[in-house]
Design a protein around this ligand. Structure first.
Ligand SMILES: Cc1ncc(COP(=O)(O)O)c(C=O)c1O
Length: 440
């Protein structure tokens, strides 16, 4: 492969067009050994090591033949595959603009920047979420305001959001926790009345629906995660930020330091601009660029998404059926006429009075029996970082009684996928056994 000519077409950023002496990318290309390294990273032996080593050697031979008659691609970042992915995602979501970025958190940053978030502003987010929802506001001197949760879904409670809005509220961030859609209508109503930007944390919710619209597209912005533990992944990391607002025209600049890589750059000196914002103040964009390899992976995984969500839904229905008559267990909320979950996680709750204990000993016993239950969706104000930042976390806890009760007494999340049917059955057996033991 070393002696084969490079791709003739230049990378548009160097403004050379189709060149005789191409400068396709001023960097090393991906070679045979890099591809082998990737395969070795992604495919591990699953039993017979000798058989695996033989198959790997045959693969390497085939790859060598392929590389001998092929040439390395020059385009690894923000190329046609990223563009194709964005077009397909926008079509799938029914959204005007979609932008592929490094992760959902980068998408939140971009959306907050269009909302012109800055020092002294407030962002309302649900008490129970992952820390990524609440890192950008403090980074720019804004304040996180924690809304209490709906005890049935553990999602943001719109009534508490309404109570906690002040003149400084610039953004509301509903989080579709576990993939179960937030009740968006009352949030949109109050946000639109007050000129507040709604950024959906749709990290768990790619493919869900709220009243006929895809989750992530109901707010002014939505950001999805394709991290390795999500329903589908972009080789471990990835995010899509979407919008129907005109700010979507500036997604390319927001993603890459103010530069729009989708067009030929005529003049590097004058074409780099600050981002426009809701209040008119300029914002300085960062670099959240994603790769062609990640985009190719996500395009492939998107084809399997419908089937993945179906399997997850069937498993949640199965678990509900198994748990529904077990005293002390409260099965998960499922789909209704108005909403469709992505079933990223199974929300299991207990009734401590009936069970005779709260969720803590229940979880500990489940763990002892070998059942994974996911611990990190907790009231964020309990995380040390907010104390370090000077938040009065005791007062915040008092203002979020449902989140407190859920965290200390009632809820946990169980995995649904990619378990095999036997594992799901065993998980159900062990959850029931645990409930019976604790009650007994
Ligand atoms: C609720 C929630 N929001 C945001 C994120 C951040 O996603 P990413 O890792 O793609 O930035 C996660 C990731 O697990 C999450 O669970």
């Amino acid at each position: 492969m070393t002696d084969t000519p490079q791709e003739k077409k230049s990378d548009f950023r160097y403004a050379t067009g189709d060149a005789t002496v191409p400068w396709a990318a001023v960097g090393e290309h991906i070679w045979h050994e890099d591809l082998m390294g990737l395969v070795k990273l992604l495919v591990k032996p699953a039993g017979d090591e000798a058989e695996f080593a033989g198959a790997m050697a045959s693969f390497e031979q085939a790859l060598t033949s392929l590389c001998a008659c092929g040439r390395p691609t020059a385009k690894l970042s923000l190329g046609d595959t990223v563009k194709q992915l964005e077009e397909e995602v926008a079509r799938f979501l029914g959204s005007k603009y979609a932008c592929f970025v490094t992760n959902a958190t980068a998408g939140f940053q971009i959306a907050h920047q269009f909302a012109d978030l800055g020092p002294g502003d407030e962002v309302i987010l649900p008490a129970i979420t992952f820390i990524a929802t609440g890192v950008y506001p403090p980074l720019v001197g804004a304040k996180c305001v924690f809304a209490d949760v709906d005890p049935r879904t553990i999602n943001m409670d719109p009534e508490d959001v309404a109570r906690k809005i002040t003149d400084r509220t610039k953004v509301i961030m509903p989080v579709h926790i576990g993939g179960y859609p937030v009740d968006m209508d009352p949030i949109m109503e109050i946000a639109n009345e007050r000129g507040i930007t709604v950024i959906e944390d749709a990290a768990h919710a790619f493919g869900g629906k709220y009243k006929g619209r895809m989750t992530g597209t109901v707010g002014h912005f939505g950001s999805f995660s394709f991290h390795e533990v999500k329903n589908i992944t972009a080789f471990g990391e990835g995010g899509i930020v979407c919008t129907d607002t005109d700010f979507g025209q500036y997604f390319n600049q927001a993603r890459f330091c103010g530069v729009d890589m989708s067009e030929q750059i005529e003049n590097w000196l004058y074409d780099v601009k600050a981002l426009p914002t809701t209040t008119g103040g300029p914002q300085v964009p960062g670099n959240h660029s994603s790769t062609e390899i990640q985009a190719a992976c996500l395009l492939g995984q998107m084809e399997r998404l419908e089937g993945i969500i179906r399997v997850r839904r069937e498993r949640a229905e199965y678990l509900n059926e198994r748990f529904k008559d077990v005293p002390g267990l409260i099965p998960a909320p499922l789909n209704t006429e108005e909403i469709e979950s992505t079933f990223h996680l199974y929300l299991l709750q207990v009734d401590p009075e009936v069970l005779g204990a709260d969720i803590r000993p229940f979880r500990a016993l489940l763990t002892e029996k070998g059942v994974t239950n996911i611990p990190h969706f907790a009231p964020l104000y309990h995380f040390t970082i907010y104390k370090q930042l000077g938040y009065d976390t005791d007062a915040i806890a008092q203002s979020c009684p449902n989140a407190e009760n859920a965290f200390w007494h009632t809820f946990t999340h169980l995995p649904l996928y990619p378990l095999c049917d036997d594992q799901v059955e065993t998980m159900a057996d062990l959850v029931i056994e645990t409930a019976n033991e604790i009650r007994g």
